[in-house]
Ligand binder design. Structure first.
Ligand SMILES: *Cc1c(COP(=O)(O)O)cnc(C)c1O
Length: 429
């Protein structure tokens, strides 16, 4: 499979090049040249297939022959070794739990897949890649865990001091080996700016192959389509029209769901649910894309003012606004509404949502689900990742799962950073 830049000013590349480069030289996002529908029989018989088989059939065309079948299957078996249950919390409403992986966020799937692909590409050479990533919380932990010990890959994570939760900080600062955490005196936007500056800094790029591990990288973005298929397999026999609500920040997750739809998966509607960072909601109302600086909320993994994957979503709908509006809607909710939804679900169904999942639930409610429909919202992180907000809102305690207990006792190691100059010195040392 060849990938082209959505800025149309860079050469086409193979899957491996797209993964290693992360972003095209013209700063465009890579996009697959073709998306070929899977045979009807795949969806008719999906309940007979295990998750690894489903994932293999879905991703094979995007990888092509660059990873041979046995190795690709082995990578998938390793990446997908946990559960993706749809938990019914009301009639015709289910939560797709994506938090059963090692860092308890959906980002484990993409981060682990990307790490194993890079490891495969580096196995017979001495090439070195530096993964540089800014995090407001969940990305850092998933990337650190996914890339730990991968040959030929160094990971450098920038995070804003005092702005990530205690558990999230432990997840990204305690692993050691090929993982380094830079603790930046600033906010998330400062970390993101430093990463962007480094990617454009010729002193660095002529010495080092840098790549990104957020959802602009095709190997982090595309595997996120797997669990839309896993959800379909679980609810298909209800015989209802399926509506997905995806709590969205950079819109990588929902964009992968739309790819699953284009592979032939029957989905009636996509609902993008956001917090008050509502750039896409306003776009659907006005047809003008007008990004704004991000605002801080309790669903902070979605505090994004200019979602990087929205351009891919527009492309998936052939840049046709009317076509997009047929199957794609978007709603925005403030923190007050989010807390009320968490309380309502807890009271009615005795189910604890994290603030992001609660925004997804609100999206389904606003869209409305009739008796012929089944609504699924993505529960993108375990409530323990946002412990303070959850315990405060629900007036309850959340039990700490074993994955989290393991890191809480470990010693934090980070490199303090005051300015871009120090990041540059670190990368060049
Ligand atoms: C990253 C993240 C999101 C947003 O996902 P996008 O793919 O960026 O839209 C939502 N919820 C949680 C918990 C996250 O970590």
């Amino acid at each position: 499979m060849q990938y082209y830049s959505l800025n149309h000013n860079a050469p086409k590349v193979s899957f491996s090049e797209a993964v290693i480069k992360g972003i095209a030289p013209d700063r465009g996002l890579y996009f697959p040249e073709h998306i070929t529908r899977l045979p009807q029989s795949f969806f008719e018989q999906i309940e007979d297939l295990d998750n690894v088989e489903i994932a293999y059939q879905a991703i094979q065309q995007f990888v092509g022959d660059e990873i041979p079948e046995p190795e690709l299957r082995a990578i998938l078996a390793d990446v997908l070794n946990f559960e993706f249950p749809v938990i019914e919390i009301e009639d015709n409403i289910g939560a797709l739990e994506l938090f059963h992986g090692p860092t308890m966020a959906f980002k484990d799937v993409g981060a682990r897949f990307m790490a194993r692909c890079l490891g495969y590409f580096n196995k017979d050479n001495d090439d070195h890649v530096t993964v540089l990533v800014a995090t407001s919380g969940d990305t850092g932990g998933a990337v650190a865990n996914g890339f730990l010990g991968v040959k030929g890959v160094d990971v450098v994570i920038l995070y804003p001091t005092g702005k990530v939760s205690n558990i999230q900080e432990k997840q990204l600062t305690t692993l050691g080996q090929n993982i380094t955490a830079l603790e930046v005196d600033g906010v998330f936007d400062d970390c993101q700016d430093m990463v962007k500056t480094a990617f454009l800094d010729k002193d660095i790029t002529k010495n080092k192959q840098l790549t990104s591990a957020n959802s602009i990288n095709v190997a982090r973005w595309l595997p996120q389509l797997f669990y839309f298929l896993f959800a379909y397999k679980q609810v298909k026999n209800k015989g209802k029209d399926i509506i997905f609500s995806v709590p969205s920040g950079n819109f990588g997750n929902i964009c992968a769901g739309i790819v699953a739809h284009q592979l032939g998966m029957p989905i009636k509607q996509f609902v993008a649910s956001t917090n008050v960072n509502d750039t896409v909601v306003r776009y659907l109302e006005t047809s003008k894309y007008d990004p704004k600086p991000s605002k801080a909320t309790i669903s902070n993994a979605m505090d994004v003012g200019d979602p990087s994957n929205f351009i891919r979503i527009q492309k998936l709908f052939n840049n046709n606004f009317e076509v997009l509006k047929n199957t794609f809607s978007a709603y925005s909710f403030n923190d007050q509404k989010t807390r009320e939804a968490m309380q309502k679900v807890y009271k009615k169904a005795n189910y604890v949502t994290d603030p992001h999942g609660a925004v997804g639930y609100l999206g389904l409610m606003k869209h409305g689900i009739n008796e012929n429909e089944y609504g699924i919202f993505l529960e993108t992180a375990h409530p323990v990742k946002f412990l303070d907000v959850v315990e405060d809102t629900l007036d309850t305690t959340v039990e700490i799962p074993p994955q989290i207990k393991k890191v809480i006792g470990k010693e934090k190691k980070s490199v303090p950073i005051k300015s871009y100059k120090e990041v540059k010195e670190f990368l060049l040392q």
